[in-house]
Design a binder for this molecule. Structure first.
Ligand code: BG6
Length: 484
């Protein structure tokens, strides 16, 4: 297959929090893969910054260990790894003080693309932005990359936006939602807007409802204190599920171009109706033999934070009037499975002697694992015995369909970092989008607090609390099975 990868220019990528968890798990191994793919041109450098006093060699050791632990099969390429590590430098820095900034200013070059990755706590975004500006390390063409959580409510998100806007234009700010970097999430746009088949049916005349599920088997891991202060609503729904909802529901943008796409996403969020308290279920996983409960995991015996949410929401516009969107996400569930299912309406009239309500076309977009798309269609049950109908998937599993020609799927982070260097903001959240998402989320969280709703316990390895099943059953529908 002829590679159509868009080339990047030489760059200096500065990672604040360069020795932290995200840098070690995702950023450094991802950059090594891009390096091997020929996407770090001669002259491209990665500069780690953190508080620890250390020299370049110390940082390279950290990167080597991180790639050995979190990298893929490419980590056995010793020569490649040595060449990649040569591109790494390190500057010890005090991000809220003055130490180290002059050294960084001396190192960062003016004649290459300059990108600054804020892989640090959000309270440090403002101080770093200010110092980059003060020491003239960044200019009007530089890019900054910030991670979630981008605020914990509308007000804090506005404060963060204002702190960044004091020194950088919106066109320079890349807010990461790593779900947008996933291959199949982008495929969602390719399928919708690259085929004649779907768009004519993509509305309330043909679609009965849409389900979005992001189920995880992991618990809260070592992030208990952050997670317990956030809960699934802030950790997953406000950002990742909201982004999926936007891509599935947005109007076709005039072009596949950053602001055209983001304008359409913003309209979806703004059209979201408030969630009725009857339409939302919060859950918390219980303990199981040999496996701690949520409360044990977060070391908070009285925690009422949710590790699961299921909700029904509606988009108040012409396209989607009357079409419910069911969203659910949870930890310690029966399988790791993220899927968007577009369930089409039943036939208006049938010529067959069967209950056609049982036969539905369902377009299912599997984000992970086993990325792919399938379309459930009704066919004749093969063999003699009369005209009986059967639903089968037209399955397009990407790994099979693309065979040997497919490039190994890049991790979301490496794809997004390269987009930063290219200056393409399409897969990043704009400030107004994030604020609109919080404006919708805040009343949901506040309403729950006012009502004092406690999360429903659910068994580990299940599909969540029973009430989540009821959310669908009462509408005469059912959730798709969660299959890994
Ligand atoms: C993160 C959340 O943003 O996404 C985590 O903070 C969650 O709680 C993770 O586990 C899920 O990402 P992925 O790519 O594994 O689906």
């Amino acid at each position: 297959m002829v590679s159509r990868v868009i080339p990047v220019k030489p760059f200096d990528l500065v990672i604040f929090g360069g020795t932290g968890d995200l840098a070690r798990r995702k950023i450094l191994p991802g950059l090594f893969r891009r390096f091997r793919a020929g996407q770090m041109p001669a002259g491209a450098r990665v500069i780690g910054c953190a508080r620890t006093a250390m020299d370049d060699a110390g940082f390279r050791d950290i990167a080597r260990a991180a790639i050995a632990e979190f990298g893929g099969p490419e980590r056995s390429d010793a020569a490649g790894l040595a060449a990649f590590l040569d591109r790494l430098a390190y500057v010890p820095i005090d991000v809220t003080g003055e130490d180290g900034w002059r050294d960084l200013a001396a190192l960062v070059r003016a004649d290459v693309v300059r990108a600054f990755y804020f892989s640090v706590a959000p309270r440090l975004f403002g101080p770093i932005a200010e110092r980059l500006h003060l020491h003239a390390i960044a200019d009007d063409d530089s890019r900054i990359v910030v991670e979630k959580p981008f605020g914990r409510d509308l007000r804090s998100a506005q404060e963060l936006n204002a702190a960044l806007a004091a020194h950088f234009g919106e066109g320079q700010i890349y807010r990461i939602d790593h779900y947008l970097g996933k291959e199949t999430v982008q495929n969602l746009m390719a399928v919708r807007f690259g085929n004649v088949l779907f768009e004519p049916l993509w509305n309330n005349h043909y679609i009965d409802h849409i389900q979005i599920t992001v189920a995880e088997t992991v618990g809260v891991g070592g992030r208990g204190s952050y997670y317990d202060g956030a809960g699934a609503m802030r950790d997953m729904v406000q950002n990742h599920l909201m982004q999926l909802l936007c891509l599935i529901a947005m109007e076709p943008p005039a072009r596949f171009e950053a602001d055209a796409v983001r304008d359409e996403k913003l309209k979806v969020i703004r059209a979201l109706q408030p969630v009725d308290p009857q339409d939302i279920v919060f859950g918390q996983y219980s303990g199981a033999p040999g496996s701690p409960s949520y409360r044990d995991d977060v070391e908070n015996p009285a925690s009422t934070s949710e590790s699961f949410v299921a909700l029904r929401c509606r988009i108040g516009n012409w396209r989607w009037a009357g079409v419910p969107f069911y969203l659910r996400t949870g930890k310690k569930m029966k399988a790791r499975s993220s899927e968007i299912a577009v369930v089409f309406q039943k036939l208006g009239h049938t010529i067959f002697d069967e209950d056609m309500a049982r036969h539905r076309n369902i377009l299912s977009i599997r984000l992970q694992p086993n990325e792919g798309i399938d379309l459930q269609v009704t066919i004749k049950d093969p063999g003699p015995g009369g005209m009986r109908l059967l639903d089968v998937p037209l399955d397009l599993t990407f790994a099979e369909a693309l065979g040997d020609q497919g490039e190994p799927a890049a991790d979301a982070y490496e794809r997004l970092i390269m987009d930063v260097i290219r200056g393409d903001q399409t897969l990043f959240m704009r400030g107004d989008e994030v604020e609109a998402a919080w404006a919708w989320t805040d009343p949901v969280i506040a309403g729950r607090e006012e009502r004092g709703d406690r999360p429903q316990p659910y068994d580990q390895g299940s599909a969540g609390p029973d009430d989540a099943l009821m959310l669908m059953h009462r509408d005469g529908r059912r959730w798709r099975d969660i299959k890994g």
